[in-house]
Design a protein around this ligand. Structure first.
Ligand SMILES: [Zn+2]
Length: 188
């Protein structure tokens, strides 16, 4: 992020503090605009970055053994309220000739999560990226997350978890099919 934009964030946060009726010049808030500006540089580092670019290490694979990553923690920011939603992801795919470096799957989630997001689009974006780069038999991405905009405002239901799921591919040459993969993703 460029200096100019950081400066704009600082001005905007100071203005926001005035608008909510607080005093940006009181001691506790003096450095808040600067802190928020620096924090946003990290939180929104995925803006303008293509999710597929995360999956830049691809290997040949001569089998169709499923690859599953789970308990993959993530944090994102809901675009409707600019409040966090966070939880865990499960990613599974059945290769068809290509596999990705495992950390690259986590990186794809990371990039897409670091934008103003909705959970549904985040789920689909990661599934689309994996599908377009690896062209697997099939891929399933599941996200389970708590939304602070649900917990703190409106319906106020802390602890509620939202589950989203995206499937790409037909699993045509994988005997266990999509259900088989999902079974593995949830096995204990
Ligand atoms: Zn929200």
């Amino acid at each position: 992020m460029e200096a100019l934009q950081q400066q704009r964030i600082k001005v905007a946060v100071a203005e926001l503090l005035v608008a909510i009726g607080d005093d940006p010049n009181r001691e506790g808030l003096l450095n808040t605009p600067d802190r928020v500006a620096r924090m946003y540089e990290g939180l929104f580092s995925g803006i303008g970055v293509n999710t597929v670019d995360a999956i830049d290490t691809v290997f040949e694979a001569d089998n169709q053994d499923p690859v599953i990553v789970r308990s993959l923690g993530f944090y994102s920011v809901c675009e409707h309220h600019l409040l966090p939603f966070f939880g865990e992801a499960r990613i599974g795919y059945v290769p068809d000739g290509k596999i990705a470096g495992i950390s690259k799957l986590a990186r794809a989630l990371e990039i897409s999560a670091h934008r103003p997001q909705v959970q549904e689009r985040l789920t689909a974006d990661v599934a689309n990226a994996i599908f377009s780069v690896l062209k697997p038999e099939g891929v399933v991405v599941e996200l389970e997350a708590e939304h602070l905009c649900m917990a703190m405002r409106g319906v106020k239901k802390p602890g509620t978890r939202v589950l989203t799921s995206a499937t790409r591919g037909g699993f045509n040459n994988y005997p266990s099919g999509r259900e088989g993969l999902i079974g593995l993703m949830h096995s204990s």
